[in-house]
Design a binder for this molecule. Structure first.
Ligand SMILES: Cc1cc2nc3c(=O)[nH]c(=O)nc-3n(C[C@H](O)[C@H](O)[C@H](O)COP(=O)(O)OP(=O)(O)OC[C@H]3O[C@@H](n4cnc5c(N)ncnc54)[C@H](O)[C@@H]3O)c2cc1C
Length: 456
């Protein structure tokens, strides 16, 4: 072993080495890179390298941050000091079609998983954007394609291969490690091990996928949002629905739109999206697609167009409950103040999914309100971050929590788990990681955003 390799031969790059800065930056998809610097980066090639890295960290008293797909908006894996364990090479996918099961490396992306499983007529609720890694996505809950019907993706984890804080690799399932399995299903950046492989339950591929999109002028904003929110009770679970205010790819003007995607089964009614055509303002749509057959590659493409690579991104989000008029009123400030450019407010209309005893995943409500800002000029950082964060801060009293997938808790603390689940997670973590080897949720003092700096 040299000081540039672990015992297994895995590459170890120290701060100051030639490649260090390029690797540190590449660990975060967002162009708004954190100004945090790990002491060293380990490029793991397989689970043996992960075991060696965790043992090395234990010997040298290093904290560990984890990167799989690198899509944490805030670069959660990149922390000051310690080790950044880069799992981006762990992308292998195996499918056992007869058992409807896949085993997937944590850095695998949605389109690769889809291609592997759909070849056997199977499906998994991967993240909407094609570039998101399955590791962070699923441990944080995982609101994927058809998750209203199939559940958040974390509920489809049947087992995990995980390297624990003492460097042992275990194959964990509900029978052997119930606490660990409970935690991996939703703890997000609070999980206390390195998942090297996910064993996932698969589902039959939809018989058809249909998509309706209506875009309206902005003056109809609140009516359209209320309609989309209330539409849930008229739509079957296999229809996922969202609304959006602001930037729309292909349009110069800000618009308000409703998008619904039906993942049909043999039992689905012939016209599962028909309710959307009953909107009282339907004839005022400036663009419309009605129950058009679509494919997963097309759906990934639509999501990618909304959050493309290469921009500085800031996001926040909040679960909200109430009547449609209450929720629309709560969202008024964030909707009224969208800065010009590629910025938008996404309304993920969810409606709730039954929680499970074997999962800590627990923050949910009727709708997830999420301002997204994407820009290029660093001089705009504070203005954009103020827009994504402040209007939500002002309605904090109404919050039902956040999705860990937004990772914005350093700048605006909110619950990603129900408080009793969060308390149990701390107890389970203390058992599995008594010395705090793995970094957990980011603290406000670690944030390097312009928003955080302006507040110090
Ligand atoms: C463009 C875009 C679109 C998105 N769309 C969706 C969406 O549709 N639905 C949704 O739910 N989320 C979505 N997200 C959020 C995304 O799920 C989270 O940011 C998630 O953390 C990304 O996973 P990753 O592996 O790529 O991230 P990483 O940055 O690699 O990981 C983030 C954190 O997750 C934990 N983690 C990751 N891998 C492991 C592992 N192997 N073992 C233990 N802990 C691990 C670590 O704490 C790590 O720091 C989106 C994000 C982006 C940027």
């Amino acid at each position: 072993m040299t000081d540039t390799e672990l015992s297994t031969g895995a590459r170890l790059v120290r701060r100051g080495d030639d490649d260090y800065e390029a690797l540190r930056r590449a660990a975060v998809w967002n162009e708004r890179k954190p100004e945090r610097c790990p002491d060293l980066i380990v490029l793991a090639r397989d689970e043996g390298d992960v075991v060696a890295a965790v043992r090395y960290a234990a010997e040298h008293e290093l904290h560990i941050g984890i990167r799989s797909g690198g899509h944490s908006w805030v670069g959660n894996g990149v922390r000051d000091g310690g080790m950044l364990l880069d799992l981006s090479a762990l992308q292998g996918i195996g499918v056992d079609a007869a058992a409807a099961r896949a085993s997937v490396g944590p850095a695998a992306k949605g389109p690769a998983i889809y291609e592997a499983v759909s070849a056997h007529g199977l499906f998994f609720p991967t993240g909407h954007a094609p570039t998101v890694g399955i590791g962070g996505f699923i441990i944080g809950g995982g609101y994927g394609w058809n998750s209203r019907y199939l559940g958040p993706a974390c509920l489809s984890i049947e087992a995990v291969d995980v390297v624990l804080a003492d460097g042992t690799l275990v194959h964990a399932d509900d029978a052997t490690h119930p606490d660990l399995m409970w935690a991996v299903r939703g703890a997000g950046p609070g999980f206390f091990g390195v998942v090297t492989r996910l064993h996932l339950r698969l589902y039959p591929h939809p018989t058809r996928i249909l998509r309706t999109v209506h875009a309206y002028p902005l003056e109809l904003r609140d009516e359209v949002l209320a309609f989309a929110y209330d539409a849930l009770e008229h739509l079957p679970r296999e229809v996922e629905i969202s609304a959006k205010v602001g930037h729309t790819p292909g349009s110069e003007d800000f618009l308000v739109s409703v998008t619904a995607t039906a993942f049909c089964t043999a039992e689905t009614a012939d016209e599962p999206l028909a309710y959307l055509e009953t909107a009282p303002f339907r004839d005022r749509a400036v663009r419309g697609v009605v129950a058009e057959p679509t494919t997963m590659p097309q759906l990934y493409g639509f999501a990618d167009a909304l959050n493309p690579e290469g921009l500085r991104w800031s996001l926040d989000g909040m679960w909200l409950d109430g009547t449609s008029s209450e929720v629309v009123a709560l969202a008024r400030e964030v909707n009224d103040t969208i800065p010009p450019g590629r910025n938008f407010v996404l309304w993920m209309v969810w409606g709730g999914y039954p929680e499970r005893e074997n999962a800590c995943w627990s923050a949910q409500a009727a709708v997830y309100l999420s301002p997204n800002a994407g820009w290029t000029d660093p001089a705009d950082d504070l203005r954009m971050e103020n827009w994504t964060n402040l209007p939500l801060e002002r309605i904090q009293a109404h919050s039902r929590g956040i999705q860990f997938s937004d990772n914005n808790i350093a700048d605006r603390w909110d619950h990603g788990l129900r408080p009793e689940q969060a308390a149990r997670l701390e107890r389970v973590r203390a058992k599995y990681d008594p010395r705090g080897r793995f970094n957990t949720y980011m603290r406000p003092e670690e944030s390097t955003t312009a928003f955080a700096r302006a507040r110090r």
